[in-house]
Design a protein. Structure first.
Length: 334
């Protein structure tokens, strides 16, 4: 149904695009995979390649610094910035070769604690439930419980658990993950994050820059001021200690408007960041300031037809202001 609606909207998008061309789009990705991908955070590498071909045929891919440069106001060229959150290993093994193939740049926001450990808390949750027997689990401190489930349904159970974990304090989340692992006793989780050697290699290529994404990937609005300062400062220092440069930009974990606040922005300014990125949809021109830059989340669903093939028309509409206006109007009616 959505594909039919997109096809109906595309002629209107073409007319609309003549009025709003020359926009800056910040695209957001997480993981790149060689197959279909287990969830919406994973994008097939061949789809990513087709997306780049489409973008380069309709616009220009620029580096993250170009966002903050005042370019010619009458430019009719749409500009795109590629960003990835977290710092997964597939960003090196699958994404990096494609960047080199097309000679385009990207920015990866690193959760540096994940780089150190080899995984994030949410990875451990999914792994633990995947390897569990499906028995019941309760965690009184967080109020989160897991009813008995079929082990084949671990992915949907994991999604619900992770969704709940984003609503509680960081300390409660840490306690939950520790108790979950103790309860189910999964085998060791293999490393799934980038290494510092890979990060240095990508950085030295001149194609990939790195920003900070905290140390432990907490929801910053749920932290005390001192905890938030630690996450913001320490991730910046981690990157400097391992690469020799301080990151200029920051991406808020989860990134919705409720996941950070004015104090977060104040701390970023105090620690000499130049800008920060949200997951709120929109163009760069929609940003209140350089610490509230919106992005467009690119998923398999947003760039493919029902047959799984790349659909450039769909991407064009879903990444346009026309689609955002329609969603806003629909939300007002609901």
């Amino acid at each position: 149904m959505k594909d039919i609606f997109i096809k109906f909207l595309f002629p209107f998008y073409r007319a609309h695009s003549l009025l709003v061309s020359g926009k800056k789009h910040v695209l957001m990705f997480h993981r790149i995979c060689a197959d279909k991908g287990a969830d919406s955070l994973q994008l097939n590498v061949e789809l990513f390649r087709e997306l780049l071909i489409y973008i380069l045929g309709h616009g220009e891919i620029v580096g993250i610094d170009d966002l903050f440069i005042n370019t010619e106001k009458n430019s009719a060229v749409n500009k795109y910035v590629l960003t990835l959150d977290d710092g997964y290993e597939d960003n090196h093994s699958l994404l990096f070769p494609v960047l080199k193939e097309f000679n385009v740049s990207a920015t990866i926001f690193l959760a540096t604690g994940g780089v150190k450990r080899g995984y994030l808390d949410f990875d451990m949750v999914q792994w633990t439930l995947r390897k569990s027997s499906g028995k019941e689990f309760a965690h009184p401190l967080s109020g989160i419980s897991i009813k008995p489930f079929d082990p084949d349904e671990y992915l949907s159970v994991s999604r619900e658990v992770i969704k709940s974990l984003k609503t509680i304090s960081h300390s409660a989340r840490v306690s939950f993950v520790e108790d979950l692992v103790s309860h189910y006793s999964p085998p060791p989780l293999n490393r799934c994050m980038l290494t510092w050697d890979q990060i240095r290699e990508m950085s030295n290529s001149g194609l990939v820059s790195f920003g900070a994404h905290t140390v432990n990937h907490p929801i910053i609005s749920k932290l005390t001021r001192s905890e938030a300062l630690f996450e913001i400062e320490s991730s910046k220092q981690d990157i400097y200690d391992n690469t020799g440069f301080y990151p200029k930009y920051f991406a808020y974990p989860n990134g919705k408007s409720c996941d950070y606040n004015d104090e977060t922005v104040s701390l970023l300014r105090e620690t000499n960041y130049c800008g920060a990125f949200t997951t709120v949809p929109g163009f760069y021109e929609d940003a209140v300031d350089e610490f509230n830059v919106p992005r467009i989340d690119v998923t398999s669903d947003s760039i493919t037809s029902r047959n799984g093939r790349f659909n450039g028309e769909k991407f064009s509409v879903l990444s346009s202001s026309l689609w955002r206006y329609i969603k806003q109007f629909r939300d007002r009616l609901s």
